[in-house]
Design a protein around this ligand. Sequence first.
Ligand SMILES: Cc1cc2nc3c(=O)[nH]c(=O)nc-3n(C[C@H](O)[C@H](O)[C@H](O)COP(=O)(O)OP(=O)(O)OC[C@H]3O[C@@H](n4cnc5c(N)ncnc54)[C@H](O)[C@@H]3O)c2cc1C
Length: 326
Amino acid sequence: MTPEDAIDIIIVGTGPAGTTAAIYGQRLGLKTLVFGDTPGGNLYMVERLNNFPAFADGIGGTEFGLKLFQQAQSEGARFAMKRLSSVGKSNGRFEAEDSDGQVHAAAAVIVASGRFPKGLMEQDHRLKGINFCSVCDGPLYRNQQATLAVVGSGNAAAQHALTLSNIAERVYLIHRSRKMKMDAAHSAMVAGRENIQILSETEVMGYIGLDAIEAVEVRPAGQEHREIPISALFLAVGWKPNTDMIDLPVDTTSQGYIKTDARLMSSVPGLFAAGDVRDTDLPQVLTACADGARAARHAAGYLAETLAETLAQTLAQTLAENRSRG
Ligand SMILES: Cc1cc2nc3c(=O)[nH]c(=O)nc-3n(C[C@H](O)[C@H](O)[C@H](O)COP(=O)(O)OP(=O)(O)OC[C@H]3O[C@@H](n4cnc5c(N)ncnc54)[C@H](O)[C@@H]3O)c2cc1C
C-alpha cells in the first residue's frame, strides 16, 4: 500500500493489544511501527496467566508476552523500543514524536497504551518498600519470614497476594469494602492459602517509617486505628489510563478511558484504541488481543477508504482541469 520505508499504522504499546494489532496489521499487508519499551506490556506483572483459552495449566505472563512479541517480529512488524511523547495530526496525517525527538508519520494510529496502577497517598514514591508489582519486587523478601501486605480487592490484588504467599510468612490483604471485587476463581485460590489473612472493611490511614515502610496504620470499621508491622506493601487500588501522549481532542470517559465506536475508532477519524486504554468492560489479556486484531482490521479498512477518497478527489480535480483547458 505504501513505499518501501513508509509506515501505514503507528501502534502505541507493546502489550497484548499492541502486539496483536501488529500481527494482524502485518498479515493484512500493512507496515506497522510499534512504540513502547516493555515487550508484553503489563504481562510482566502477571505471574501466571490462568484464564487464557488453550492454556489449561496456565502460562507465565512474561513468557506469553515474549511469544507475542516474537510472533509480531516474525510477521515483519518493526519495534522502535522507545516511548512516544506526543501524537498529533498535521496536514491530514498523524505525527508521533518519540522519546528521542524523532517524528514519525502515518495515516492511522492504534493507541494500545494500557493503564498504570494508581497510588494511595503522597508517600507512595518516597518510602522504600511500597510497590506495585509483586512478581518484580516480591522476591526481595524471600527467605526473611517477612510479613507483607496487599491493598486492594480485585483480581490484580488477589494475584499479588497469591504470588507473595509463596514468598512471605504472612500476607495481609487489606480492603475497604465489605465484599471483594475479585472473581470467584481468584476468591477460591486466595481462600485456599492459609498464610493470606483478609482484612475486610479496613481502611489504610497512613504509613509508618522514615526511609522504608515499617508498619501500615489501618482503621477497621467501627474500631480504633491500629498498626500492622510489615516489611513491604503492594498496591492494587485502581488504575489510570496511559493517554498523556495524545495531543488530540479525543473523547474519553470521566475516568479518562478512550471512547470508541463499533470499529474501535475514537472520536478522531483514523485514531483507533485497543485494550485496557479504551472504555472496555473486561480489561483482560484475551480481550486486549481481540481488540488489537479488530483495531488492525478496521484501521486497514479506514486506510483503504481514505486512499479511495484521495484517488477520487485527484481524478475529479484532473478531469476538471482538463475540461477547463478545453
Ligand atoms: C497483577 C496483575 C495480574 C493480572 N492477571 C491477569 C490474568 O490473570 N488474566 C488476564 O487476562 N489479565 C490479567 N491482568 C490484566 C492484563 O495484564 C491486562 O488486561 C493486559 O496486559 C492489557 O493489555 P494492553 O495491551 O491493553 O495494555 P498493557 O499490557 O498495559 O500494555 C500497554 C503498553 O503500552 C506502553 N505505553 C504506555 N504509554 C506509552 C507511550 N507513551 N509510548 C509508548 N508506549 C507506551 C506501556 O509501557 C505498556 O508496555 C493482570 C494485571 C495485573 C497488573
